[in-house]
Write a protein that binds this ligand. Structure first.
Ligand code: GCV
Length: 650
């Protein structure tokens, strides 16, 4: 195989032998071909279909759900049925996908309707071009405290639309410096230009907001959400923003979190802050997405009572029902912070009267920095399938965040995204499986991890079946392997502080971040039961009781909920300490298998892809060995208990 044109990710039509200049016959039934989104759909059809003699009919059918589509073959025609332009665009991408996945276009009869109304990406891009927790180069939205618009902006919008994303937050939730000025005249023209590009692909643009803008931009003394001058300032600001940026979506807000300003400074609640902003953007149809990542980040490690895991629920649950209609609470999948294994946040479904949205992270902050292979769909599926028991039926996280449980319209999923200005967008080529996967899963939460992996592999590589199976299998195993050689049984946090790559078992143990494993010479884990911090009681029954008892607690989360002696027998019959040793040896060995399987794909994937990924695997193996040996040695030294199998521990 020759060079790849990986700048096009899974939309590399050249590779499939498409002639970009061919004519594809497209006709319109009820759709206006001058509509900007329909025009994009036509462009994509022209470039993306193989162009056999076939007529594509974009057919308006009001009976299809909003943003959904149906594909239906009739003689030499394919009907793309949708009730709106976004649906038609998604249908066109589905048609291109069907062809890439070798489906018979002459007998299509399928469709999808979006599971989630909001399907968003969150960029943690700073205006100096850096990306907080970015592992694939610099920002392609910002450079030198300015906005950059180019071909990449268009390609990005296409990629996102091709997997059904309909909202993008372009700047970091930590809004500092020049980013505070994104809502001023200094940047309106450029933001508008970017917004126009997004709008061509049915995507709304959103901005992260600095809650202290009234002080920093307005020269006010406070940003108290109940202060009249503050409210008046925001009113004027919103009028200006929505006038200068027609079609603008609204704001994402990180307040009272990790040093960011917020309503707590003034003795106000999170609802006071969110509702004030909600009311201000409401006349323009704007929304406020308010993050629930609020916790005390100046904890004393000696304090066993305060539990960071409790914080989200403690701060937000009492105010359930107090949030206004155009406010959505955005909740991370777990109560801590995107660890490789965490329980599901009890706020999801814990809130029953408030719009809520799930936040996941495909930027691999704690999951291998896009060096180590870690395909995250299996984790996201576990989150979505979790029964919260918030009600009878319709109680899974997928139900809650799609709006099915409460019948609300403002609901959905957001991912902290893993892209940058690297040639291949995601650093490690294989990390693009997460970019693709998140979009597909947010659009259709019924898809399996395997279906998504297979689609991505087919669209990106077009391999023979045997090789395709190998790559799909590698992706599917990767999360568990990463989990095995890093921190055990849900305890998390044994990473190098700040960097969050590589082991440092005690790195966060005596810190202010509330992230402790509490290991001593007898055992390890945090007691979050009714006798400990009481976190387990934030769940509905029967989950609360299940987590509360080590006998019923799922073992992969045992150390998250319990302080357990090293000699405790797990269900496998192994002691806890032996499990720690075994899983670390196994995880490292399995990472070696992944690397070997990749080696066997040489010549089957483009050489540059092969080389780069091979190099990443070399780094992954180094990392896996460090994790294995540091974790095992640490627990051997603490416990004094030898490995039954007599392997080398240092
Ligand atoms: C954007 C973690 C990350 C921070 C991030 C924060 C958040 O703490 O390490 O980089 O800040 O989460 O989600 O706001």
């Amino acid at each position: 195989m020759g060079n790849s044109n990986w700048t096009q990710l899974w939309l590399d039509y050249d590779k499939k032998g498409c002639d970009a200049n061919k004519e594809v016959k497209v006709t319109f039934e009820g759709f206006d071909k001058a509509d900007r989104v329909i025009a994009s759909a036509v462009k994509e059809l022209t470039k993306g279909l193989l162009g056999k003699e076939r007529e594509i009919v974009l057919f308006k059918d009001e009976s299809v759900a909003a943003e959904g589509y149906k594909l239906f073959s009739q003689d030499r025609k394919v009907l793309v049925k949708a009730s709106d332009a976004n649906g038609a665009l998604y249908g066109v991408f589905a048609l291109i996908r069907a062809e890439a996945c070798s489906k018979d276009l002459a007998s299509l009869d399928e469709g999808e309707m979006p599971s989630n109304p909001l399907r968003m990406t969150n960029h943690w891009d700073n205006m100096d071009g850096s990306i907080e927790r970015g592992y694939s180069g610099q920002s392609f939205f910002f450079e030198n405290n300015d906005i950059v618009i180019g071909e990449r902006t268009v390609d990005y919008a296409r990629f996102m639309a091709s997997v059904g994303i309909n909202g993008v937050v372009i700047n970091n939730v930590n809004v500092k410096g020049a980013a505070t000025y994104l809502i001023t005249d200094r940047f309106f023209d450029k933001v508008q230009k970017m917004q126009e590009i997004f709008a061509d692909y049915g995507i709304k643009l959103y901005l992260s907001l600095n809650f202290a803008a009234p002080i920093e931009l307005g020269g006010l003394e406070v940003c108290d959400p109940l202060d009249e001058d503050v409210i008046a300032w925001w009113k004027e600001k919103a009028k200006e923003v929505f006038t200068r940026l027609p079609g603008f979506g609204g704001f994402l807000v990180k307040a009272d979190s990790e040093g960011r300003p917020g309503p707590f400074t003034y003795g106000r609640t999170q609802a006071d802050g969110a509702n004030m902003l909600g009311d201000i953007v409401a006349p323009y149809g704007g929304i406020i997405i308010w993050r629930c990542f609020v916790y005390n980040c100046t904890q004393d490690w000696r304090d066993y009572k305060t539990d960071r895991a409790r914080a989200g629920y403690d701060y937000f649950k009492d105010l359930d029902g107090a949030y206004h209609d155009n406010v959505i609470l955005q909740i991370k999948n777990g109560p801590m912070d995107f660890q490789i294994r965490e329980p599901i946040s009890p706020l999801l479904g814990g809130l029953t009267k408030t719009n809520q949205m799930l936040e996941v992270q495909i930027a691999q902050e704690y999951t291998g920095h896009q060096i180590d292979l870690c395909y995250l769909m299996p984790m996201f599926k576990e989150v979505l399938d979790f029964h919260t028991h918030c009600c009878e039926g319709k109680d899974t996280v997928a139900d809650v965040v799609s709006g099915r449980t409460m019948g609300n319209k403002l609901a959905g999923m957001a991912a902290v995204i893993n892209t940058g200005n690297d040639y291949n967008w995601t650093g490690n080529y294989l990390a693009a499986a997460n970019t693709y996967g998140f979009g597909r899963l947010a659009f259709n939460t019924e898809l399996t991890s395997e279906e998504i992996a297979r689609e991505w592999v087919r669209m990106s590589f077009g391999l023979e079946k045997a090789e395709e199976d190998k790559l799909v299998d590698m992706l599917l195993r990767s999360r568990e392997i990463y989990e095995k050689y890093t921190s055990p049984l849900g305890i998390g946090w044994m990473v190098t502080p700040n960097v969050h790559y590589g082991p440092s078992v005690d790195g966060y143990e005596y810190s202010r971040w509330g992230t402790y494993h509490r290991a001593d010479h007898l055992g390890i884990g945090v007691d979050r039961t009714d006798k400990g911090t009481g976190y387990a009681q934030q769940y509905y029954e029967p989950n609360a009781s299940m987590y509360n008892d080590p006998a019923t607690c799922p073992e992969e989360l045992l150390l998250f909920f319990h302080h357990i002696p090293y000699t405790y027998k797990l269900k496998t019959g192994k002691t806890l300490i032996q499990h720690i040793y075994d899983s670390h040896f196994e995880g490292e060995a399995e990472a070696e298998e992944l690397a070997k399987t990749w080696d066997s794909l040489e010549g089957k994937v483009p050489q540059e892809v092969f080389n780069l990924v091979k190099h990443r695997f070399e780094m992954q193996l180094y990392n896996a060995k460090e994790w294995r040996d540091q974790v095992n040695s640490y627990f051997f030294r603490k416990s004094g208990i030898a490995d039954e199998k007599g392997r080398e521990i240092y």
